[in-house]
Design a protein around this ligand. Structure first.
Ligand code: SAM
Length: 241
């Protein structure tokens, strides 16, 4: 086992379902890089901070309405049990700022993160405000809980940590890295169900290949993501933020 001489990037996940971890974070290069000490994962069971024998953590919403809300006192105790170590405290919620590759890159350069996974209708607003939690959404849809969202966020960060991706899997030419979507990819065989690999990719002319890929990136971004294209075309920030 290779040991990383620097302090590993550390993710602490506060959850009602610690058994959902590591989940996808235990597989392939992400799981392997945790084993080799590049990053570390810890879960905290929010229910351990309940004050009654039924281990309840939720209560009906003030003002009425469906579902239950996670109580602020219990959430705060769970949060305060974690050594923050300058890590951002994130609450995953559909109401949050949409996650971007720019934010992921910034988080991957820091010491790690602390993530609070909501359940039920969500978390009492007062603890979000009192602990100055950063609210992040992974997309405009509603999941049953924050656990899958936490895995999305952590995986996106971990794959950018030095030593996780080999040269062969470099992240530099990917979608969003320069504000555009990635160009289409092809591999052997040369022909598949009557469809050939574009001739230029077999030409060996690296200049022509780079030009073709750039044109494809632009074509695809214009067709699929008017928002990204507008930001790129404006040229003020070649990011996907
Ligand atoms: N009542 C909430 C709303 O309307 O915004 C949805 C609550 S959802 C059923 C339960 C939990 O799942 C949320 O507190 C959050 O932690 C997580 N969650 C659901 N969708 C999410 C998303 N798109 N991004 C991040 N977290 C999400």
């Amino acid at each position: 086992m290779t040991k990383n001489p620097q302090k590993p990037w550390a993710a602490t996940v506060l959850t009602l379902f610690p058994e959902a971890f590591p989940g996808a974070l235990g597989a392939s290069i992400i799981g392997g890089s945790e084993k080799s000490g590049i990053w570390q994962l810890e879960t905290v069971d929010i229910r351990d901070f309940s004050v009654n024998r039924h281990r309840t953590v939720d209560s009906p919403p003030a003002g009425g309405g469906p579902g239950m809300v996670i109580k602020p006192d219990i959430a705060a105790k769970a949060i305060d049990s974690v050594a923050q170590q300058s890590r951002p405290l994130i609450y995953l919620t559909p109401r949050g700022k949409p996650l971007t590759q720019t934010r992921v890159r910034a988080l991957s350069k820091g010491p790690g993160l602390i993530v609070f996974c909501g359940r039920f209708e969500g978390l009492d607003q007062r603890v979000i405000d009192a602990r100055q939690m950063e609210e992040i959404s992974i997309g405009d849809y509603v999941l049953a809980g924050g656990e899958v969202a936490a895995q999305v966020l952590i995986e996106a960060c971990v794959r950018l940590l030095p030593g996780v991706l080999g040269d062969a899997e470099s992240a530099t030419e990917e979608s969003f890295e320069d504000g555009l979507l990635e160009y289409p990819l092809y591999t052997k065989p040369r022909e598949f169900e009557g469809r050939a690999i574009p001739e230029v990719l077999l030409s060996g002319d690296h200049g022509k290949i780079a030009k073709w890929r750039r044109e494809e990136q632009i074509k695809m971004t214009k067709a699929r993501r008017a928002d990204l294209w507008a930001a790129f075309d404006k040229g003020d920030d070649h990011e996907c933020d």
